[in-house]
Design a protein. Structure first.
Length: 69
């Protein structure tokens, strides 16, 4: 097996990363965030906290919706 070393400039890689995400549509970016959230919840066993926060958001949404009409 032959050893290979690649030397890269970290600033160039950061620029490529930023450009990659800027080229994605908003739906693709949101989908990626949701995928990461789901992986985090599963990995760190945070399902209970996630469900509690969703319930709180639903209650808050209803209040905002009532005051708006």
């Amino acid at each position: 097996m032959e050893k290979v070393v690649n030397i890269i400039n970290i600033n160039d890689e950061a620029d490529k990363n930023i450009q990659f995400w800027q080229d994605r549509t908003s739906d693709e970016r949101l989908s990626a965030v949701q995928t990461l959230r789901e992986q985090y919840i599963t990995l760190f066993n945070k399902q209970d906290e996630y469900n509690e926060s969703r319930d709180g958001l639903r209650r808050f949404y209803r209040i905002v919706k009532r005051t708006k009409s």
